[in-house]
Design a protein around this ligand. Sequence first.
Ligand SMILES: [Zn+2]
Length: 224
Amino acid sequence: MKEALYEKSNKCPICSNSFYSKKVRVSACRIDKRYEDFCISYKDINPLHYEILVCPHCGYAASENSFEKLSTKELHAIKDILSGKVVNRNFCVERSTNDALDSFKLALFFAKSRNAKNSIVAGLALKLAWIYREMKDEREHDFLLYALENYRIAYDKEDLPLGNLNEISVQYLLGELSRRLHKFSDAVFWFNKAVTNPERINNPRIEKLAREQWYDAKEQCKKI
Ligand SMILES: [Zn+2]
């Protein structure tokens, strides 16, 4: 398991200290199962566990692609929050599932503190839900709901794509999160949007998933 990890050097934008974090080699990632909400479960080691960088010096945490991207205002807001705080936990080691969970909770806390876009908050909440799923903990549903609410706002307010989610993928994901939360008529509404979206021509996998899940949600609606 240990050789699956390597070390990457980082510099913290808050305290200016350098630190090494663990990353998972792509060659060590073996897919076990793909869920319909884009969650992937892995056989040995889950790269999601190492997605959040946590500075061992000051405690600041964010996903790798947003770690250093801070405006001056955000920088000051986070420095204020961390001022005088003592960090007594190191995430720069092999992480347990519980460590991964807490790293995402920290990232979500700092994202909220930075007034991050709803799509960023939604993405973190969704991944937190996936880690709870891995732990077979029903708090998964609290974070799926939080992700759904934030993606819903982002869909209305933000420019598309939302990160790597184009319009049809967002519509599909809104449908799938609704379906998982037993909001079946909402799910049918969003899957309908996805299967009639002109982008489906270039996104056959999403179209296929949307048709399958639309059918399932429709059947569930009939039962109710
Ligand atoms: Zn730091």
